[in-house]
Design a protein. Sequence first.
Lengths: 111, 111, 161, 161
Amino acid sequence: MDLRIDVAEHGDWSVLQIRGEIDIATAPRLREQLISLVNDQRYQLVVDMEAVEFIDSTGLGVLIGALKRVRAHDGDLQVVLTNTRILKVFEITQLDTIFRISPTLDAVVAG
Amino acid sequence: MDLRIDVAEHGDWSVLQIRGEIDIATAPRLREQLISLVNDQRYQLVVDMEAVEFIDSTGLGVLIGALKRVRAHDGDLQVVLTNTRILKVFEITQLDTIFRISPTLDAVVAG
Amino acid sequence: MTSPDAGVETEVELVELDLPAKPEVVAVARLVVGALAAADPMFSEDRAADLRLAVSEACTNAIQAQRSRSNGSTVIEPINLRFELTPGCIAVTVEDHGGGFDPGELTTHPNITDPERLHHEGGLGIPLLQFLTDDLEFKATEEGTVVAMTFLSRADDGFEH
Amino acid sequence: MTSPDAGVETEVELVELDLPAKPEVVAVARLVVGALAAADPMFSEDRAADLRLAVSEACTNAIQAQRSRSNGSTVIEPINLRFELTPGCIAVTVEDHGGGFDPGELTTHPNITDPERLHHEGGLGIPLLQFLTDDLEFKATEEGTVVAMTFLSRADDGFEH
Ligand SMILES: Nc1ncnc2c1ncn2[C@@H]1O[C@H](COP(=O)(O)OP(=O)(O)O)[C@@H](O)[C@H]1O
Ligand SMILES: Nc1ncnc2c1ncn2[C@@H]1O[C@H](COP(=O)(O)OP(=O)(O)O)[C@@H](O)[C@H]1O
């Protein structure tokens, strides 16, 4: 039932490491965190989902909203993810076509 | 909901390594396993509970029954256990006074 | 959910769960359906994950409907979940008193690859339900909606229907 | 179970769970009460483990009573669990239709250190319930028993009362 979010800077990128479950109960905290980064003019975001155990459409909606916000500033939001069960949720919803998903943080930072 | 039981021989001792939860659903399997060892004339038993995640009075009852059986043949049943939550169940029921509980299998085998 | 000494219980097993319409309980609903699926050896862990996701979506919609409807009122009615268990099949209903909706009249969002789609954070739940279930029905009640979902255990990972 | 935007819900939160009287469902009951306790930040993980254990004991007794009573019959009634949640306090009732018993007339087993005690595998459940709960009541109903248990979140590990 817990969601933990840690933010770190990697070069130009702000990396959100997320642990736990993203659903209607916890998504508001993720949304606030993402909005506050955009308000701090951080427009290059990486959401590291390697430690995410569950996400549903409420969580996906938060990611879509954040992508819209950073794109408005010519930024980007990329996802680090290898867990096949979570990847499947991106695939069913075809969000794997609008988010760039990488297997490691290094792969994102290296471009 | 799973219970896994592995049996190995360590010198004079038959060691049951138990993984999972011991309750009314799974205790019958543990009881059968213990009875079958006694039927095979294995009267020196160690129940390794390091990987047990839950036990309630149904599980404790099975251990009491097995202790009775091996004692009838001058045998013994000892427990390997360090998990404080499981230890607490032995303490509340005072079963820590009738079972010898050791922190490691080596401590049991060494006597 | 089969026990070696059963035999008498050939009928459907029924589990019912009433939860307050609060975001925090969706995790409880997921846990329950996950445990029920895990108890049926015909359901794989991947298929159990499908059930957790679908139940999460249905409960989220039920809670949102109920909370938005009861705006201002002090009493929020519970949501009711029913699980009917037969080997290889789990039927779940999620009932709310949230006023109902017409599933035929849903806003169609732009295609996912259309940049316009980014303006809509919602609308992913029902498509997910359609994908994850073997049968999906929305039934209007006097007070709200019953979402009836049927899940078959599938050998495959759910991508092939 | 408190949500930032709650406020309207000052009354008790109620969760209800009906389960078939089968050994396999006790794990589901444990999961639910564990999740409910985990959702109240006042309950420690150790105290949540107390609730899981107590609910397991109460459900085991309910299922045993119901199954032994329904011997031969084809329909086994469900058992009903209710959880009343207020911050720092969880009240749980487990109701069965197992015919009831007189808690004042329980067999007293020999003391645990008495070698005779080994002849009895049972009788540990109710003492555990007494230890783990802050209040425990057995209420006879027409058909069976309601076990009402109250759990307070405690700072300590439960050994000090
Ligand atoms: N149980 C329900 N009660 C009332 N309206 C519902 C219910 N379920 C779905 N809806 C309506 O259908 C719409 C689409 O649902 P969904 O695809 O899950 O996306 P989202 O909930 O993110 O909007 C919702 O916005 C809501 O208007
Ligand atoms: N819900 C119940 N319905 C009928 N009898 C019960 C119930 N709960 C407890 N009992 C009776 O009380 C006895 C003692 O219970 P308990 O201390 O849990 O030990 P055990 O269940 O191992 O015998 C049981 O054997 C049973 O006869």
